[in-house]
Design a protein around this ligand. Structure first.
Ligand code: FE2
Length: 278
């Protein structure tokens, strides 16, 4: 599927964009499936907000338990001080996670497309295993910023080797909060690590390295709907608040080779579901 040049570029830059790999029909099916989940979501019962400006201190059991099921998380800007949801449900969700691939047939069939496993094998994964999936809404006007981070801080394998796959379900532009990356910086050290102590069910984000982010070299990764962005787990990435009037839906998958070991201190554990092989 990938040319030698594309593989070399991925290894050199730490990320790659395959424009319009998926059809409108495919991205439309993902969007409809996500909206059906939102329809069924009771925002009075579950009011967990997903934000990244609190050093991840807000992670609760509703979050940890989403590793093996499908939970909806709210936008900070959709909830008032009393914790009440002040926007219509379909404009209030930050994301859905983290086992869409196991639990929702439309996502299962999307992930099982042979082209995805082929790309991952081209990138050196012998037996790709899908650990988590998320549907991210980046809502108009309030879609929250995701601060600079590296996914290896949150998805720990030994040796490190998670690949992130990010599908633009809608056009991603600077205005609506596209991804930003730092080409070549996947070789920079891991800055932080988020570990969970399961006896207390508490997660802590610990600083590992003070090397500053190379923000001056950051590039906006604008991508038309249907594009696939792949990136290395040490690649620093970011997305701004969506201040535009257009949403920026995306579907993400995180994959590791079965030869790597999944760490016990990862927040995401799948004791019941086990491995999902692509
Ligand atoms: Fe990330």
């Amino acid at each position: 599927m990938l040319s030698r040049q594309q593989i070399d570029d991925f290894n050199e830059q730490g990320y790659m964009v395959l424009e319009r790999l998926f059809s409108d029909r495919q991205t439309g099916a993902l969007k409809n499936a996500a909206l059906k989940i939102v329809d069924a979501f009771d925002s009075n019962r579950h009011r967990t907000v997903f934000r990244t400006d609190d050093r991840d201190t807000g992670r609760d059991d509703y979050f940890f338990n989403s590793a093996e099921t499908v939970h909806c998380f709210l936008e900070d800007g959709a909830v008032n001080e009393a914790g009440e949801v002040v926007l219509p449900k379909h404009l209030a969700i930050n994301k859905i996670g983290h086992a869409l691939h196991d639990r929702v047939p439309e996502f299962t069939s999307f992930c099982r497309q042979p082209v995805i496993a082929e790309i991952l094998r081209d990138l050196g994964l012998q037996s790709p295993q899908l650990w988590q999936t998320m549907y991210i809404f980046k809502q108009p006007s309030i879609g929250g910023e995701v601060r600079w981070h590296q996914d290896a801080s949150y998805l720990i394998t030994r040796p490190a080797g998670v690949i992130g796959l990010w599908v633009a379900v809608e056009d991603a532009t600077r205005e609506n909060g596209c991804l930003w990356m730092q080409p070549g910086q996947h070789r920079s050290p891991l800055r932080e690590i988020y570990k969970v102590d399961w006896s207390s069910r508490k997660g802590t984000l610990k600083e590992l390295d003070e090397t500053p982010w190379a923000i001056e070299h950051a590039v906006a990764v604008e991508a038309p709907a249907g594009s696939l962005v792949l990136f290395h787990d040490h690649m620093p990435h970011y997305s701004s608040t969506n201040t535009s009037d257009r949403s920026r839906h995306a579907f993400t998958m995180h994959v590791a080779d079965s030869r790597t070991r999944w760490a016990e201190e990862n927040w995401l554990q799948r004791p019941n579901l086990g491995a999902f092989r692509l």
